[in-house]
Write a protein that binds this ligand. Sequence first.
Ligand code: FBP
Length: 551
Amino acid sequence: MEISALQRERYKYQPKLPAILSQSIEDVALSFGKPTKSIADSDALAELFKLSYGKPIASIVKGKNEKINQPLIVGVILSGGQAPGGHNVIAGIYDGLKKGNKSSVLLGFLGGPGGMLEDRAVEITDTIIDEYRNTGGFDIIGSGRTKIETPEQFAAALTTAKKRNLDAVVVIGGDDSNTNAALLAEYFTAQNLKTRVIGCPKTIDGDLKNEYIEASFGFDTAAKTYSELIGNIERDAASARKYWHFIKLMGRSASHITLECGLQTRPNVCLISEEVEAKNISMVQIVEQICSSIVKRAANKDNFGVVLIPEGLIEFVPEMKKLIEELNDIMADHGDELTEKTGFADQISWLNSRLSGESNTLFTALPPEIARQLLADRDPHGNVQVSRIDTEKLLIGMVEEKLKELKKTGMYNGKFSALAHFFGYEGRSAFPSNFDADYCYSLGFTAFVLIASGLTGYISSVRNLTAPADKWTPGGIPLTMMMNMERRHGSAKPVIKKALVELEGKPFKALAENREKWAENTCYRFPGAIQYYGPSDVCDQPTKTLILEHS
Ligand code: FBP
């Protein structure tokens, strides 16, 4: 296969590591803090995780580590949606293992957690890993969304771990996958199995973060890729002066990506789902907010603009949220009956008697295409697949109607021509930025140190990320520390708490302070494409979100 010039160059890139991991591997040890507690529901979690609850935070420090050179067999799983840098996590684990002992083996389970359950794996070799260093995507071994939850699935994982004689398995995933990693660690320990389980924080959505996990990998590259595209569209809009661009941005529920892109590009409107939910903002009010910008700009003869819409918005609008929850329950309990209905009209009349009055009115008033999308298959976690709902088109339709009304009353006299975009998959497998390339390699290398030191039930953590990479601080955080109990499908379940956009946080405040100005004026900012070679302030800057959160 012919490779691009950039790919060839990226193979040569040596990711930066924290100083402590760049020295001789024999001088790397762990130091431990005090016993920890979960963020909430400590009694219930201590009961569920009898063997792994309350472990101390581990920091990687200079010292002697007798275990570091032992030969190990480790499995790795990529779980969930692609995020730039996944290949470098695997490279970090691989290089760490081989530095520790040349005969150590890294097995990649194929196609996500399902690969471990079905024992489908490939041994990672020098030739394989060298083909994927510093590249985007998860195609080295593939990913999947299988959730390990039934007793049979746990038993299948155990069988594979025993058969492969695994010393450890690394689960690279988001909040749900790392919750699974914690459950698997507890289960393996309870079964007296030597296999340890270590997690790694992945997701472009940026919602797996807290005091100890400063960022999930992939967020940096994805947000920068979308920001480049938005900046380009802004420039086009300001040149042509005839289109309003409605851009939906990926991020299943949290709006971190939209917020980061908003700060990077200063669009006219930047909707944040968490604000919509907190302030109970209805769809009609959202449309009014967008129209207010359109009307003001039209008065200045600026009949163009850019609106950013988080992918998950629809689930945060109060009336839509209620409708979706009702649909989820109906589909969970009677999904088969619904799919048996052949025509869309049949489905609507079947739902008529099952939805509450309010939800039924809303559902039947929606454009048929959107209603159809709301009935599409759920993901394995029972969630609506929001990336498939054309919220941007729904908003364009509603804005058009509102502008017609405003025109009649003489309050608006502009021209409105809108274009819809969705940026999601374009950013998930991009070549990782230098930040993600370095961060991921460090996360992988750290995971190796945790494994070699005998830890289980931890997530690999690299902190101090706004400093240069050599000053980053690697270690391990007990997974139970990031958990609470939440209601899922009618019962209380242990879960890693999702980090949504905080309305009191500095990134959101920076947006809120400026958005009135941006709504009326043209204040666009053009971040341009991710750069891999050149001055550090162009190539190595972390996201504005990370900088503001840690300033
Ligand atoms: P993860 O949470 O698994 O990292 O995936 C995030 C995401 O990219 C969301 O932003 C998006 O809604 C979803 O995956 C799309 O899922 P799919 O890849 O199954 O279409």
